[in-house]
Design a protein around this ligand. Structure first.
Ligand code: SF4
Length: 229
């Protein structure tokens, strides 16, 4: 049997999922897209994985890992081959191949004043809210928080009625999400049905592992079109 250590190694980027806890405090989770499990895993999982070769670090933390993953496609049922629809489904990329994996979240306790500052500095339209176990519980959007007239002038100011409220009081508790492993066409259908330009990608445990935007899909379609010419 072939020694797995002889398999070609891969170097994988480590992504940062930050959670603002309020008063400038931040919790950081480092994630890696594991080619063996086809899931986004915590980088700590790699530390105990027998396939790990090396962790590359910089001053901010882990930057990349090198490993020799054992990647096998899932076998079809005994005596059967994949039928054409499933084969064509497997040909579609999954959202985790296109999504942005560096995500900034906030805790449920973060106050409206800090959220307003966040929107002013990060220029984002919404931010995921996570619970103490880092599971997604909602999304606070810029428009929930800031006065519309000030927003038009690009000088975001907290709406007076929102002052002192927490993220959990301000959030939409039914955000549009897809699970990692969802195909891109399915995610596009979800976004179109919900009339949104971006969707959060969550793990089976409910933690945020990425964000997929309409522009990510447009870029993918453009690449496919160029390849086909
Ligand atoms: S070290 Fe192990 S868990 Fe981490 S990405 Fe490689 S195969 Fe996956």
């Amino acid at each position: 049997m072939k020694d797995l250590r002889e398999a070609k190694g891969v170097t994988l980027p480590v992504h940062r999922v930050s959670t603002g806890l309020g008063e400038g405090e931040e919790a950081v989770r480092w994630t890696v897209k594991c080619p063996a499990s086809q899931h986004v895993v915590d980088q700590g999982t790699c530390e105990t994985c027998p396939h790990l070769e090396h962790v590359q670090r910089n001053v901010a933390g882990p930057e990349a890992i090198s490993c020799h993953p054992q990647v096998r496609p899932p076998p079809p049922p005994p005596g059967e081959a994949y039928d054409p629809p499933l084969t064509s489904l497997l040909e579609h990329p999954r959202v985790d191949e296109l999504m942005t994996q560096d995500v900034y979240c906030v805790s449920e306790e973060m106050l409206a004043e800090e959220l307003a500052e966040l929107f002013a500095t990060r220029k984002v339209s919404g931010v995921p809210v996570v619970d103490e176990y880092e599971r997604l519980v909602g999304v606070v959007s810029r428009t929930d928080l800031l006065r519309a007239s000030d927003e038009e002038e690009n000088t975001p100011v907290l709406h007076p009625e929102r002052a002192g409220a927490t993220a959990s009081e301000l959030m939409n508790a039914s955000p549009v999400v897809v699970r990692e492993g969802t195909t891109v066409p399915h995610a596009a259908a979800v976004m179109a049905a919900a009339n949104v330009h971006r969707v959060l990608v969550v793990s089976p445990e409910g933690t945020v592992v990425g964000v997929l935007s309409a522009m990510d899909i447009v870029r993918w379609v453009a690449r496919k079109s160029c390849d086909a010419v």
